[in-house]
Write a protein that binds this ligand. Structure first.
Ligand code: PBG
Length: 348
């Protein structure tokens, strides 16, 4: 019991001074470390950094146009000229990497995804232009057939089935064309078996030893990809992707997939989607010393935007909390359509 004249200082409870009751000792008071913002910052375990962000971008043919994706408010498909402005802005905000996805006109699509390895196709042209305009930007290209497939599948279709090895042969051509155009990383998102090894071998054989592979190692068959398929007009024309993308109920299988991709030469492994799969991110992080990426996918973006538009949540706070949770789960890198918005928030 203190003398009544003892001053009440910030770090002492008023009860000590005013009450005659003895203060009950509690050995640990975790709230001590939460008392001020400075203290909270000191003991903060994870921090989102702009360097963690990879910005996915949609590119389309044409000039001087951008089209908002209806199910992804604030996200656009850009013609190449306007895409360059967007990439410059992103780079100025400190974003170091972009992931490119093309909207392919329907008349260029076929079952074999032939346009995917056209050296003068939209993606190779975009990569060359970006590398010329912003050489420091890390450019990641998607390796998969779906934007180019008349069937909307990630592989060649025969009798309603997705062919594996025939598809891998096309993916290898696609990856080589992307490397040739100047991509820093190729990112196979198709989930065919053996594609990482085949791509690594082909890249090395052609001398592209410094082109990395960011593998979509644990990619689930997810309903969260809906808005992305709107953006690229790439929804499957029949069936679903469950014979190649993973079953949402499986966790050990994700480790198997990651181990295989590492053995085949992946430089970075990815888990996708992120939010419904935070446990997978956490397990993979414990399992490998490779950098782990997570894809905060289109449906995750759309849900936050939609709730915010209704005024039901505080958009900026929910975005930061969400991306921090992905970081905390173990992701070193986060692909997110919020990248620019977050880069701005992190500057405040
Ligand atoms: C396709 C691909 C998809 C996404 C990235 N690459 C969709 C799919 O597998 O159907 C989804 C990304 C997103 O939803 O943001 N290879």
């Amino acid at each position: 019991m203190l003398a009544p004249e003892s001053p009440i200082l910030e770090n002492r409870t008023a009860t000590a001074v005013s009450s005659s009751q003895p203060i009950k000792p509690i050995i640990h008071r975790p709230r001590r470390l939460r008392r001020t913002e400075t203290l909270r910052r000191m003991v903060r375990e994870n921090a989102l950094r702009v360097e963690d962000l990879i910005y996915p971008l949609f590119v389309m043919e044409g000039e001087g146009q951008r089209e908002e994706v209806p199910s992804m408010p604030g996200c656009y498909r850009y013609t190449l000229d306007l895409l360059l402005d967007e990439v410059k802005q992103a780079y100025q905000l400190g974003i170091s990497a972009i992931a490119l996805f093309p909207l392919i006109p329907y008349d260029q699509k076929d079952n074999a995804g032939t346009e995917s390895y056209n050296p003068n196709g939209l993606i190779p042209r975009a990569v060359r232009a970006i590398k010329q305009a912003v050489p420091e930007m890390v450019v990641i290209t998607d390796v998969a057939l779906d934007p180019y497939s008349s069937e909307g599948h990630d592989g060649i279709v025969q009798d309603g089935k997705i062919l594996n090895d025939e598809t891998v042969a096309v993916l290898v051509k696609q990856a080589l064309v992307q490397a040739e155009a100047g991509a820093d990383f190729v990112a196979p998102s198709d989930m065919m078996d053996g594609r990482v090894g085949a791509i690594r071998q082909a890249l090395d054989a052609e001398g592209w030893i410094n082109v990395g592979i960011l593998s979509y190692a644990a990619k689930y068959a997810s309903a969260y990809y809906g808005p992305f398929r709107d953006a690229l007009d790439s929804a499957p024309k029949f069936g679903d992707k469950k014979t190649y993308q993973m079953d949402a109920a499986n966790a050990r299988e994700a480790i198997k997939e990651v181990e295989m991709d590492i053995a085949e030469g992946a430089d970075i492994v990815m888990v996708k989607p992120a939010l419904a799969y935070l446990d997978i991110i956490c397990r993979i992080k414990q399992h490998t010393n490779l950098p782990v990426a997570a894809y905060n996918v289109s449906g995750e973006y759309a849900m936050i935007k939609a709730a915010a538009q209704q005024g039901w949540i505080d958009e900026n706070k929910v975005i930061l909390e969400t991306l921090t949770s992905i970081k905390r789960a173990g992701a070193d890198l986060i692909l997110t359509y919020f990248a620019k918005q977050v880069a701005l928030l992190l500057q405040q």
